[in-house]
Design a protein around this ligand. Structure first.
Ligand code: PGA
Ligand code: ZN
Length: 424
């Protein structure tokens, strides 16, 4: 049973405060979880409670969320069984009492939900992926590595937020990491040679002052080739334009490029990129409020490219169910803090699967050293993970945890590779 719940304020990778929670059980087992934070958040995400006092932390304090953990929530869950994840999460949801966890804060609730799961895993002497996923949990995810940052994650003119590589031809997760790292370092040299900055953005990818997606894609393809890999066959390209961020008044406003595109022109532009480059997956190709655009693009491009919904679904089972019914994309991004409890995140994964959609486990642009999502990717056998670049410990911590999990599984380990991707 849970004997203590302790919330505290720690720093995330951007240097902003975030919530960390310790859950301790009667047998001494300790579970600890730190909560991530987004910059290009979806409108329908669970509420991240911030203090809003401009005199402290520029308004980003999480003192109230931490207080909620240490008072109301601690009182409600102390004495409960950590193994009863569904019951515990239902208690947290009821205690909050609002549809989007706005009263206690999804950051407070998620910290407790994940820390309880981790404590229970320790009590069972099981690694988290095995505790949550059982003996079947042995599929290592295809990583989508974000090597060029733009949009809300960097101070450059690039309108699109993320340019990633996915080593679809790797045989193991460890090999995928090696391939990604090699390309990352080639890209660094190429950018330097071309006179660009090699400073990195929020997710550890380079943030050169490029203006168009084509420029970024050309650098990525060249780096893949120069490293000795075949674009498409060995390494697929992935983009997250984070289109909700630049959709205003019914138009996609590419401020960096200095162009405005109607939904139809924006979809045409993306379809053209899919034709011209070995792109295997696009996340949030269309804005969360442009469902017509989403359906149009899915009908035209969904048969040859994975289209993953982030902002449009917000890891929300109801939104995913609606999307499946109406032909929005063919894949779901899962960010545990978008919904706020482990139980709900796992339910979303199940609903996506049953609808024939693929699932991509994901970090946030504000992260910590917490590696829970690495275990959840294996626990759910979802087959794909997006967790940033091949630099910065907040990103590489997840890759490193997956390397350890693959090693621990030994001969039983499987690597998802290309098969994990949705293709129509
Ligand atoms: P975030 O966005 O900044 O909200 O974490 C990352 C993403 O769009 O996938
Ligand atoms: Zn996204």
């Amino acid at each position: 049973a849970i004997t203590s719940v302790t919330g505290r304020r720690i720093l995330d990778s951007r240097g902003n405060p975030t919530v960390e929670v310790d859950v301790e059980l009667a047998d001494g087992s300790l579970g600890r979880a730190a909560v991530p934070s987004g910059a290009s958040t979806g409108a329908r995400e669970a509420v991240e409670l911030r203090d809003g006092d401009p005199a402290r932390w520029h308004g980003k304090g999480v003192d109230r969320a931490v207080d909620h953990v240490n008072t109301e929530i601690a009182t409600a869950v102390t004495g409960r069984e950590a193994e009863d994840q569904a019951g515990l999460d239902a208690t947290l949801i009821a205690l909050d009492g609002t549809p989007a966890k706005a009263r206690l804060g999804a950051n407070a609730i998620l910290g407790v939900s994940l820390a309880a799961a981790k404590a229970a895993a320790v009590a069972h002497r099981l690694p988290l992926h095995r505790y949550v996923g059982g003996v079947e949990a042995r599929l290592l995810p295809l990583p989508m590595m974000n090597i060029i940052n733009g949009g809300a994650h960097a101070d450059n003119p690039l309108d699109f937020q993320e340019f990633m590589i996915a080593p679809v031809g790797a045989k193991t997760f460890a090999e995928a990491v090696r391939m990604g790292s090699e390309v990352f370092h080639t890209l660094r040299a190429d950018l330097l040679a071309a006179g660009h900055s090699t400073g990195v953005g929020d997710e550890g990818g380079f943030a050169p002052a490029l203006r168009t997606a084509e420029e970024a894609l050309e650098f990525v393809v060249a780096a893949v080739e120069r490293t000795g890999y075949r674009p498409g066959e060995d390494i697929g390209l992935v983009m997250d334009p984070a289109s909700s961020e630049f959709f205003r008044d019914g138009v996609y406003d590419y401020a960096g490029e200095g162009v405005r595109r109607t939904p139809r022109e924006h979809a045409d532009y993306l379809a053209g990129l899919v034709d011209g480059y070995p792109i295997v997956s696009i996340e949030d190709p269309m804005a969360e409020d442009d469902l017509e655009g989403w359906r149009d693009l899915t009908a035209r491009v969904g048969g040859r490219c994975q289209l993953t919904g982030d902002d449009v679904f917000c890891t929300n089972e109801t939104l995913v169910r609606d999307g499946i019914r109406t032909g929005v994309g063919n894949s779901v991004l899962v960010k545990v803090n978008q919904i706020g409890t482990l139980t709900e995140a796992l339910a979303t994964v199940g609903t996506a699967r049953r609808g024939g959609y693929t699932v991509v486990m994901s970090h946030r642009s504000g992260e910590t050293e917490d590696t829970t999502i690495a275990d959840l990717a294996v626990a759910t056998s979802c087959g794909q993970i997006k967790t940033g670049s091949l630099s910065r410990s907040d990103r590489t911590a997840k890759y490193n945890q997956l390397i350890r999990i693959e090693e621990s599984l030994g001969e039983r380990a499987l690597f998802a590779g290309r098969e994990a991707l949705a293709r129509g």
